[in-house]
Design a protein around this ligand. Structure first.
Ligand code: ZN
Ligand code: ZN
Length: 347
């Protein structure tokens, strides 16, 4: 088994540090990827700190991975040595349940295998992208088009697909009125993608501090939700509201902004319940929905869409030794809009 360099959490409260981990031998259907860049997602922080349940340490996180194929198994047909590829939030699924058969393996009824902190098919705990190499079964590996700058591509594998999937599912296109709640790692991608799909895009952010960025990235309008006049002005306006905020919000106030048959879909998850007044749903026959990442087929579609439309995340490239500081800045919302680790600094 190859031993590779990585950056891992060794406890829920301590800093992450340099270590080595074992990757499995390349199986007949596996691809060995030399990681070039790995994004830092808020989920990484929740996971290593045990906020989403107990985990086994040491744990390497990171599920926004791009790199180059350096070895393929004997039965691999989808990728070859030298290809630019990506790995997102999952690395396998049961392939047998009705959701897997429907090509929606992110909703695998037996639980998809997460890229990190998940029990793999061989019983080991999966280890993520803050590392120099990863071994993944070929059909969970994506092609990263040349048109997307490599050092910016990684966040598409989580933030990109998590926002693309609901926009595509609810058929956003020219004439759609879309609101994006929150201008963070997810929100800024939702703005870019919805704009490229042809929608009229409105950002609903706590303050106007990122207004200039929002308008530059493709928003047509930008409102502060701290101003109660915003909710009066925008009543009955939107076909789709994508909520990317992981904190508690007044969900009924946001539901009132939906027009006939509009949907509010949450991709951010606050730890506590959000009380919904059912009467908020009666008016305009509104829906309140959730959406989690996207399928492999849809992730490839998103990458190709971003290449075609010249879309890439706004990123700040950092060295591995900066990860702990980056975490503090993510928690303080002090990043525009995604940290990306240069895996060369782990070598
Ligand atoms: Zn993520
Ligand atoms: Zn399944």
């Amino acid at each position: 088994m190859p031993t590779v360099n990585a950056f891992a959490a060794t406890s829920a409260s301590g800093p992450l540090s340099r270590t080595t981990i074992e990757r499995r031998d390349v199986g007949t259907k596996d691809v060995l990827i030399e990681i070039a860049y790995s994004g830092i997602c808020h989920s990484d922080i929740h996971t290593v700190r045990g906020e989403w349940g107990d985990i086994t340490y040491p744990q390497v996180v990171g599920h926004e991975i791009v790199g180059t194929v350096t070895e393929v198994g004997s039965e691999v047909t989808l990728h070859k040595v030298g290809d630019r590829v990506g790995v997102g939030c999952m690395v396998n699924s049961c392939r047998e349940c009705e959701n897997c058969i429907a090509g929606e393996e992110q909703y695998c009824l037996n639980g998809n295998t997460g890229t990190y902190a998940s029990v793999d098919r061989d019983g080991t705990i999966t280890q993520g992208g803050y590392s120099t190499h990863i071994v993944v079964v070929e059909d969970f590996v994506l092609r990263v088009p040349e048109a997307i700058p490599f050092e910016k591509a990684a966040p598409l594998l989580c933030a990109g697909i998590t926002t693309y999937s609901p926009l595509a599912h609810w058929k956003v296109g020219p004439g759609s009125r879309v609101a994006v709640v929150g201008m963070g790692g997810l929100g800024h991608m939702a703005v870019k993608i919805a704009h490229a799909m042809g929608a009229e895009v409105t950002v609903l952010s706590q303050s106007l501090s990122k207004q200039e960025d929002g308008l530059r990235l493709g928003a047509d309008h930008y409102y502060a939700t701290s101003d109660p006049a915003t909710f009066d002005k925008l009543k009955n306006t939107f076909d789709l509201i994508v909520n990317s905020v992981s904190a508690k919000i007044d969900i009924n106030a946001y539901l009132s902004l939906l027009r006939l048959d509009g949907t509010l879909v949450s991709v951010g998850a606050p730890p506590e319940p959000l009380p919904v007044q059912v009467f908020s749903l009666f008016g305009n026959r509104r829906s309140f929905a959730g959406s989690g990442i996207g399928s492999i087929r849809e992730t490839q579609e998103m990458l190709d869409f971003c290449a075609e439309h010249g879309i890439a995340p706004e990123t700040e490239l950092v060295a591995a030794d900066y990860i702990n500081e980056a975490y503090e800045r993510v928690l303080a919302s002090d990043v525009r809009y995604r940290f990306v680790i240069d895996a060369a600094t782990l070598a």
